[in-house]
Write a protein that binds this ligand. Sequence first.
Ligand code: ATP
Ligand code: MG
Length: 380
Amino acid sequence: MIFYKLPKRREFPLDTSSVTRDSTKSSKKRRKLDVPSANLLILKGASFPFRLKGDPKAIGVETDDAILFGEYAREQWMGSIVRNGMYLFDRYVMPDFAFQVIEVQPDEAIVTSETIIQLDTSSDSEPTLNRVYSLEDVVGHEEVKKKCKLILHYLEDPLKFGEWAPRAILFHGPPGTGKTLTARAVACEANANLFLVKASDLIGVHVGDGGRRISALFEDARRSAPSIIFLDELDAIGLARSFQSIRGDVSEIVTSLLGELDRTSEESGVVIIGATNAFSLIDSAVRSRFDASFEFDLPNDTERLELVSKLIARLPLPVEFDISFLVSQSRGLSGRDLRDRILKESLHIAITNGLPSITNDVLIQVLDRIKGRERPSYTI
Ligand SMILES: Nc1ncnc2c1ncn2[C@@H]1O[C@H](COP(=O)(O)OP(=O)(O)OP(=O)(O)O)[C@@H](O)[C@H]1O
Ligand SMILES: [Mg+2]
């Protein structure tokens, strides 16, 4: 058998255009010019360029030895011209994994043996909250909001609570009743980092993936405290043990989750909010780790009136229908139903028909259509 040894990066001449996969005309021209050496290059793990549908997302990279990472990166990208924002593709450990250039000094420069190369390991799971939410936006659920206000106190000053800190709460109830909205509102008001994670995304392809993901998630959250970990669809991993025998892979995730819940100390400034539509199926060991659980009921008449009034204020067309009629006709529907199935649908019909407002006829048409369909029950 013949083995070929991959030549080391340093053995190539300095002009190695293929390495960065940057083949724009301007950059080719520039390479001929005298590009300065980079003093500093900061990279951040980005992602693979694509993944198979259903495969889990990459969760970022970290290193235990910053100097070693610098040497590894130099080995691959020495001689490359780097600019802010561009991607460099790994060739060894994770072929085609992309690193993004977060900072380079000077602005456009060539990687040399003198370049200090660092890996930025700051949180990747943190989603951007592009809308500001407040607890005022949440209609009803008064008990939950009280608890959330207490959580806000805690996140402001975690040391004050000592062993009595609120650490984990569980939201359960039908879909579309405001569980995610409430978690977003707490994170916004506390100015905390929100780690919104669908529990089903934690289930990996290989044994051990899920456990690693949970550890990385909690570590990220502790590092960037104050933070809130919102574990949505908790039933996907927190199923009662009798069900876990069917899905053996999830029991390892539950064990890691329980371990991390226990390890998250009172002073950490990390609060976990779990949410599920299937409370009764959650494993009792998982359930008992939560300090309190809150049921999100479907809105009553008064709450639906408030919800509809708030939503109508945000509609781009005026409404001509009687709000109390809509309230009386929408018993059993959630806040999301009111928004998406009734008001959004009515708005779309009005726009499609060129109407200047949402009329009573349009509303009746939509309500009739909804009544004709059976509402699916919420089970997993
Ligand atoms: N109590 C509420 N107050 C204000 N808005 C609400 C309320 N309930 C639902 N909504 C509206 O419905 C939308 C969907 O709610 P949300 O995503 O929070 O539901 P959920 O309980 O997390 O549902 P799921 O169980 O499907 O994840 C919200 O963004 C909001 O517009
Ligand atoms: Mg939700």
